[in-house]
Design a protein around this ligand. Structure first.
Ligand SMILES: Cc1cc2nc3c(=O)[nH]c(=O)nc-3n(C[C@H](O)[C@H](O)[C@H](O)COP(=O)(O)OP(=O)(O)OC[C@H]3O[C@@H](n4cnc5c(N)ncnc54)[C@H](O)[C@@H]3O)c2cc1C
Length: 638
């Protein structure tokens, strides 16, 4: 397998501009002759579909929800980064680049990350032009707040609903193109296979989730913008529908899967309360601008929080990391929360919780100011916990939230399969081993609005139209395989629901490949996962037993089947990477102070895995990471 990252030459701040100039263009009259398949209509896919259509290409866009407006991107709360330096507090493209590389624990490509910082300002301009109602200062300028891993304020936001507002912006651009007939939108349509011939992606096989019909679409290029795989852990802050199916099935057709073990655990989520839960709720990182995190100093202190005086509280992030305080990156904050809970100082019934306290911010700014900034988040917290966070501190605990791993892509965002582009959370590109808060929206929109529209055009200009149609053997045999898999799922007729297998898998991966990982645990997970998978294929119950109608249990079963295979790839990657970096914390590799200890000599590479069969271990390919701008140091937020 060839993994050429295609990083352009030249000074880092000129690479993208020079490269764009070198990219081939498609003449406006020829653009309409090409048709591009965009799977996913969240921020990354929606932005790409709208922009490509605006450029003149024909687009077919697919999503499994009943509207692009329901993509998981809608749930993004806190904000989106951009190096506009509106605050005049020392921000620049270089600083955003530097913070992101350091935040990712030096496991991402410099060139990609620099480009991300460079286009970040354009994203804000584009979204403002679409009417996204970003928060503004009194004088009318756009407001900013701070997010973890940065000492400047560069996060643009729309209260705690930034994703929703950005998605409405992308959706209006998409709707314009749907109305013009340039985008054909296929809702409630799930991609179940990728068709590849002679090393080029030719199209996809989908299932109509309403009628059950399996059919194919051919395209001149295929874009996957299908989101992340946090739900492999069962409990996560992601929407229940988020899954790995599109990416995993592309992987089975030859696309390399990069760094699957890089998963992000977010420090501020509402704690798990019991077995009944099927999902967890995020409390945005933006709350750490004003909320202070603490636990009682004494493990035996069972007083109510308001009865514990300041001298008996341990503001452990402020104590351990005085420079960044409560705004250390997520991986650092999550591990610190786990540590105090492991010491027996956690709060709440389960002991798996820490306080996020607004008492001093309310005292300083007043309740109205806090309501203005975070009102919907406080409301959501109160709805779920029946506690009023204006009066008592929130209780929070880390939970699975985001996945930095994804399909391998080069600088063009093209996978190792020609014409298969991967955008947004579905690719592995820019966040290394840990994503900084408010950087996912930035990356998804950079990919969709600015990068893919340039690089996909270059591909089409170089490679020309796809001449393999849906009547060809490749499409027909892929359709047959999809139908057979569906039949197999329907015919097991066992006793257990897909959800119960999913929950069982989630417990295994959370225990052995969650916040802390070690060799023995990872090996145990590799023994246990195939056993769950075996039972799944013998004892699965899918209801009702018809394929030609809406059948949510069948949809779920297909996704869980993929999680059951993918989990092994993720754990294999975690076992291979015997260093700690970012969110990947190998307990064997830590500093004396319990921080992640990298091993740059042996692991400064992207691990890209090639499928070798379900029962055979995947094959590792390495893309070495080279650093010319930053020197690799032990990350410190002290
Ligand atoms: C609670 C929460 C809050 C967050 N807050 C922030 C924040 O404040 N700032 C920030 O930067 N990031 C935030 N994030 C992360 C960010 O929201 C996501 O990383 C980002 O929105 C992902 O966008 P996407 O377009 O890549 O994928 P998604 O929005 O997940 O879209 C995926 C699309 O692919 C489609 N799809 C998937 N599989 C298939 C298939 N097989 N067939 C057809 N269609 C398919 C779906 O229908 C959907 O349209 C948050 C995440 C969560 C969970």
């Amino acid at each position: 397998m060839e993994l050429d990252p295609k990083i352009p030459g030249g000074p880092i701040d000129q690479k993208w501009d020079r490269y764009k100039f070198d990219l081939k263009l498609v003449n406006p009259a020829n653009k309409r002759k090409f048709n591009i398949l965009v799977v996913g209509s969240g921020l990354a896919g929606g932005a790409a579909a709208a922009t490509l259509a605006e450029l003149g290409y024909g687009v077919d866009c697919f999503c499994y929800q009943d509207s692009p407006r329901r993509a998981h991107s809608i749930s993004a709360q806190g904000g989106i980064n951009a190096s506009k330096n509106y605050q005049n507090d020392g921000d620049s493209d270089y600083r955003l680049f530097y913070d992101t590389i350091k935040g990712g624990d030096y496991r991402s490509r410099e060139a990609n990350v620099y480009r991300l910082a460079q286009v970040s300002g354009n994203i804000i301009d584009q979204c403002v032009a679409q009417g996204v109602p970003f928060a503004r200062e009194y004088g009318g300028l756009l407001a900013n707040r701070s997010f973890g891993g940065a000492q400047v304020s560069r996060t643009f936001y729309a209260r705690g609903q930034t994703g929703q507002q950005l998605l409405l912006g992308a959706y209006s651009a998409l709707s314009r193109q749907i109305a013009l007939g340039k985008v054909k939108m296929h809702t409630r349509t799930e991609m179940l296979d990728l068709v590849v011939k002679d090393g080029r992606a030719r199209g996809i096989v989908v299932r109509d989730m309403v009628t059950g019909e399996v059919r194919s679409y051919a395209g001149d290029a295929v874009i996957l913008a299908t989101g992340g795989y946090s739900n492999v852990f069962y409990l996560s802050t992601n929407a229940k529908g988020c899954n790995v199916t599109a990416a995993y099935r592309a992987y089975k057709r030859g696309a390399a899967f990069a760094n699957p073990c890089y998963t992000q655990i977010h420090p501020t989520c509402i704690p798990v309360t019991g077995e009944h839960q099927s999902k967890l709720t995020l409390m945005s990182e933006s709350l750490r601008n004003d909320g202070r995190i603490w636990v009682p100093t004494d493990a035996d202190d069972n007083r109510k929080p308001d009865a514990i005086p300041p001298e008996d509280r341990d503001y452990y992030l402020e104590r351990r990391y005085p420079s960044f305080g409560n705004l250390v990156p997520r991986d650092v904050a999550s591990r610190a929360a786990k540590l105090v809970c492991d010491e027996g100082r956690g709060v709440g019934d389960t002991g798996l919780g820490v306080y996020l306290d607004f008492e001093s911010a309310i005292g300083r700014l007043g309740e109205d100011a806090i309501r203005e900034k975070y009102g919907n988040l406080f409301h959501m917290y109160e709805k779920i916990t029946a506690e009023n966070p204006y009066q008592v501190p929130m209780r929070i605990y880390p939970a699975l939230h985001y996945t930095m791993g994804g399909l391998w892509v080069d600088y063009n965002l093209e996978s190792n399969i020609g014409g298969l582009f991967v955008l947004g959370e579905a690719n592995f590109s820019d966040h290394g081993a840990n994503r900084l808060g408010a950087s996912a929206l930035m990356q998804g929109l950079a990919d969709g609005y600015f990068i893919a529209p340039a690089t996909v055009g270059d591909f089409l200009a170089r490679e020309g139209a796809n001449n393999v149609g849906t009547e060809s053997q490749g499409f027909k045999s892929a359709e047959t395989e999809v139908n057979e898999k569906i039949k197999r799922l329907l015919n097991i007729k066992g006793e257990r629901t897909a959800d119960s297998f999913h929950r069982e898998l989630g417990k295994i991966v959370w225990e052995h490949c969650g916040m802390g990982r070690n060799e023995a645990g990872l090996k145990k997970a590799l023994e246990e996962i195939p056993k769950v998978r075996d039972e799944f294929w013998k004892n699965l119950k899918v209801l009702p037993t018809r394929n030609d109608q809406v059948n949510q249990t069948l949809e779920m079963a297909g996704r869980v089947a993929d999680f059951l295979e993918f989990a092994e790839v993720m754990v294999t990657d975690a076992l291979n990477r015997a260093e700690s970096c970012g969110g990947h914390f190998r307990e064997e590799s830590q500093t004396e102070e319990g921080e992640a200890l990298r091993d740059d000599e042996n692991y400064a590479y992207v691990a890209a895995w090639e499928h070798a069969g379900v029962d055979d271990p995947p094959v590792l390919h390495k893309e070495p990471l080279t650093f010319e701008q930053v020197s690799l140091t032990q990350r410190s937020y002290k």
